[in-house]
Design a protein around this ligand. Structure first.
Ligand SMILES: [Zn+2]
Length: 414
């Protein structure tokens, strides 16, 4: 029997791969768990399965670098507990193949998180360790004695393949201890810091955070927060922000359940203050609010004036670079075969910020199909499937374990 070169071929779509400067009609061939080729016109006969994705956008699997997925601990009212969500129920259906848990766990409970969630999820789950040892348990995040830079760095280095940053969040004190210890830990471990600045206090101005305390490559999340010193009295973006970006500090969305305001975002985006990375801050308190999911957050930015290419870059290659995982967020030959296939639906629609205000829109991204690790794991309209009444009357399990990740194929062993 002839051995085919490819397991899966996505044919006829418009590929947007910012890492490789591609924005045009291309075919994407996958062999095993890797991207094999992105070229014009790869013949269908060279692949076991070919999916016609004409009229759709084919992008690297989306990389959401701010989410909370440390579920299952039983802790009430905590992000390392009931506010977290199991990732697979939220990721693939919106094109996300990699999710970064932003500090729900700390150095003390990371291994529990790994055992409970990371090792069991089909989504690629990476983590930023909270500088507070117990992570976001809602109690000990304020306790400076829990912020041990050396322990955090040690845990990060022990799990180099999974830990991609150090997080500090929700700190309410007047001093810089949470930020400084996070930066210390990150320096020891060779990782970036992500800050959720917590309370904005006059004793520790945000301006000082992004101009002095954070290092180039560190990330400030919740960039369109109500408290964020973003616009002057006349509605102009404050110049220090552009200086901070010039220094190399990254600005991330972290939409969440209370961190995104149209009054801040719309004027800022009009003036070019666009995000380096688009992220959801997915958790139980954001999932059914204005945030919804990754493609909805991306659609917000599309309707606020960002180009589709910029929105895709901010959801794939940019976040991959921020977490220093340049193997992700691109469709280079040899990259992990994580792919999103998106439809751009035109027509009247609407978006809601985390304060409940609406913004009208005309374009919405919808995830049609997701490939993770070389297999189709989400197929909204059954594009990979044959019509039921064209199959034999006694049809059994359809598909092929080499490309199909949705059905239970007894022969799947990888
Ligand atoms: Zn968060």
């Amino acid at each position: 029997m002839e051995r085919l070169e490819y397991d899966l071929l996505l044919k006829g779509g418009t590929v947007i791969d910012p890492r490789n400067g591609v924005n045009g009609v291309r075919d994407v061939a996958i062999a095993g768990r890797k991207i094999a080729a992105v070229e014009a016109n790869i013949p269908a006969r060279r692949s076991i399965e070919t999916i016609d994705v004409t009229g759709l956008y084919v992008t690297p699997g989306l990389v959401d670098i701010h989410a909370h997925v440390y579920a299952g601990t039983g802790l009430r009212g905590a992000f390392c507990g009931d506010y977290s969500l199991y990732p697979d129920g939220h990721t693939f259906r919106s094109g996300v193949t990699t999710v970064v848990d932003a500090g729900s766990s700390g150095w003390r409970n990371f291994e529990d998180f790994k055992d409970r969630v990371i090792d069991r999820a089909r989504t690629r789950v990476l983590a930023m360790l909270n500088i507070a040892g117990h992570g976001m348990d809602g109690q000990r995040e304020q306790d400076a004695r829990e912020m041990d830079s050396e322990e955090a760095a040690r845990q990060a280095l022990r799990h180099k393949d999974l830990v991609v940053g150090i997080k500090t969040a929700h700190y309410a004190g007047p001093d810089w201890v949470a930020v400084d210890r996070a930066v210390q830990a990150a320096t020891l471990a060779g990782l970036p810091v992500m800050t959720d600045f917590g309370d904005f206090r006059p004793e520790r101005p945000y301006r000082e955070l992004v101009l002095e305390r954070l290092r180039p490559g560190d990330i400030s999340t919740h960039m369109y927060l109500r408290m964020m010193p973003l616009l002057d009295g006349a509605g102009r973006v404050l110049p220090y922000l552009f200086d901070a970006r010039k220094r190399g500090v990254f600005f991330d969305v972290g939409y969440g359940g209370g961190s995104f305001l149209f009054r801040q975002a719309v004027p800022a985006i009009r003036q070019g203050w666009i995000p380096d990375s688009i992220s959801t801050d997915l958790h139980a308190l954001s999932m059914n609010g204005g945030m919804q999911d990754m493609t909805n957050v991306m659609s917000n930015f599309l309707n606020m004036g960002m180009t589709l290419e910029a929105v895709i870059a901010a959801s794939t290659w940019n976040p991959a670079r921020e977490i220093r995982r340049e193997d992700l967020g691109n469709l280079s030959a040899g990259a992990p075969a994580d792919v999103a296939v998106l439809r751009l639906a035109e027509g009247e629609c609407g978006f809601v910020d985390t304060f409940g205000a609406r913004m009208k829109g005309t374009r919405r991204l919808v995830c049609e199909l997701t490939v993770r690790d070389g297999r189709v794991v989400w197929d909204r309209n059954g594009k990979t499937r044959q019509e039921w009444d064209e199959l034999a009357p006694d049809y059994g399990i359809q598909g092929d374990a080499r490309w199909d990740g949705m059905l239970r194929h007894p022969e799947r062993e990888r």
